[in-house]
Ligand binder design. Structure first.
Ligand code: ADP
Ligand code: MG
Length: 450
């Protein structure tokens, strides 16, 4: 067993230890106990499971928890894939699912099967990139060569590159996917082990080369040089090159200009962050894969709140599923809010609101204006909203009765105290009122509140 394999296994054993205390015993015994660490390259960690069913279950239910646990052990972002590897098989011989870490001339059956055109949701943000990707998969080397896809992290570049690969493999093309880190490492090893000929053959003997995260090549002149020659040979032979990057070619720091200008020969397609409607569509698509029932409100909440990357959007949904599974609760709005708070690092600690925001939020709950709460109006709804505001201001934000009175049209200390005591005693005997106050407070703490 190589030291690399040993390391993967050690990391996974540590992760299993940490997971054992996070999931219930039955789940651990059924799904995690017999798994193994198979491969760890770049930011991808492959976990071997005893069956396709186990892989699917783990991917659907525990992906985000497993990733979080691995991140806490490894110290940086990882993406986990679960892959079947029957017990007793020599794990160290299993190739990564992302491409042939192969002997000469062998090609993978499929790249990551999650990444297909079908599972890619198209919106204004990525329509052009999607269309060019389809063109490339259908007629590699003919239409858009090279295809350079750029966009911020977590916006679907790898997904699209692998979708090209999977579709092209289905069409009988020889596809090679490599992260630029993998390309660099293989190049360095080839030099060390005097296997440059193998290296050349591997990267040039393909119909499509998918090179992910080219930005990794910045500041590595030797790798740039070898990539320049690889690119020229492939391009001259009308072989397709697809490159992804988190910046456009011209902005790639210290990328040799001749390499940069090669990338500009073909088509440059950018991917942007999706708008609200596309985020909703992505959530619907991901939820279908998870086969878990979600309310529309939950989708809307997540689409409103997750505004960083699609990975964040997906990760939040996965995390919600894991929470639902582990806590035995339905994945409703309340659990979604808790999940968002957890992921925002807010844990279950109550959010402290300034007095003004608290009044605005209570007013919104009661569908009245904050001015009404502060006014002398005495209709039932306004009085109730005012009482709850007073109670929460005192109880949760620790504001003095005098200050509360000043905020509420100069009511005096004893009036405010009286209102507070009224609410406190009513809470003890009136469960409906208690629920109303609890709901108001929960709503105030939700990530969407002011
Ligand atoms: P990048 O390579 O740009 O960092 P990825 O391709 O790894 O991002 O995408 C991150 C996650 O978001 C993946 O799980 C991917 O399936 C998902 N994703 C990104 N874009 C889309 C999309 N348009 N439709 C569906 N899923 C998407
Ligand atoms: Mg990527």
């Amino acid at each position: 067993m190589s030291s690399r394999t040993a390391k993967v296994e050690e990391i996974w054993e540590a992760a299993k230890g940490a997971l054992q205390v996070q999931v219930n015993k039955a789940n651990y015994e059924t799904w995690l106990k017999d798994t193994k660490g198979l491969n760890y390259e770049g930011n991808r960690f492959v976990v071997g499971t005893p069956s396709a069913f186990a892989s699917e279950w783990l991917g659907k239910r525990l992906q985000s928890l497993v990733e979080k646990t691995l991140i806490s052990i490894i110290g940086h972002q990882v993406e986990v894939t679960f892959q079947v590897c029957p017990r007793g098989e020599a794990y160290s011989h299993v190739a990564a699912p992302y491409g042939p870490v192969s002997e000469k001339g062998s090609f993978p059956l499929r790249l990551n099967p999650k990444y297909t055109f079908d599972s890619f949701v198209v919106g204004r943000c990525n329509r052009f990139a999607y269309a060019t990707a389809i063109g490339v998969a259908e007629e590699p080397g003919r239409k858009y060569n090279p295809l350079f896809i750029h966009g911020g992290p977590g916006l679907g570049k790898t997904h699209l590159a692998c979708a090209i690969g999977n579709a092209a493999i289905d069409n009988g093309f020889r596809v090679l996917y490599a992260s630029t880190e993998q390309f660099t490492n293989e190049f360095i090893n080839a030099i060390k082990e005097k296997r440059m000929e193998d290296f050349r053959e591997k990267f040039r003997n393909v119909d499509i080369l998918l090179l992910d995260d080219i930005n990794f090549i910045s500041g590595k002149p030797q790798t740039q040089e070898v990539l320049f020659h690889t690119f020229n040979e492939l391009h001259n032979a009308n072989r397709q090159v697809v490159i992804t990057s988190d910046t456009p070619p011209r902005k790639l720091a210290s990328l040799e200009s001749r390499l940069g200008s090669r990338f500009e020969w073909g088509v440059i397609a950018s991917i942007h962050f999706p708008d609200y409607e596309t985020r909703l569509a992505i959530l619907h698509a991901k939820a279908q894969q998870l086969s878990m029932p979600f309310d529309d409100e939950v989708f809307e909440l997540l689409a409103r709140k997750c505004k960083k990357t699609i990975r964040q959007l997906e990760g939040t949904l996965n995390h919600l599923c894991a929470n639902s599974e582990l806590l035995g609760k339905s994945p409703d709005q309340e659990l979604a809010e808790k999940t968002l708070r957890e992921l925002n690092g807010e844990g279950s600690a109550p959010k402290t609101l300034d007095s003004e925001s608290l009044i605005i939020a209570v007013a919104r709950q009661f569908n009245i204006s904050p001015e009404s709460i502060k006014s002398r109006k005495r209709d039932q709804r306004t009085t109730r909203a005012r009482q709850i505001s007073i109670y929460l201001l005192r109880e949760k934000s620790n504001v003095s009765f005098q200050t509360i009175g000043d905020m509420l049209s100069g009511r005096d200390h004893s009036t405010v105290l009286h209102a507070y005591q009224n609410v406190a005693s009513k809470l003890k005997v009136d469960p409906t009122f208690q629920k109303e106050v609890d709901n108001t407070w929960r709503e105030l703490q939700s990530p969407g509140s002011p």
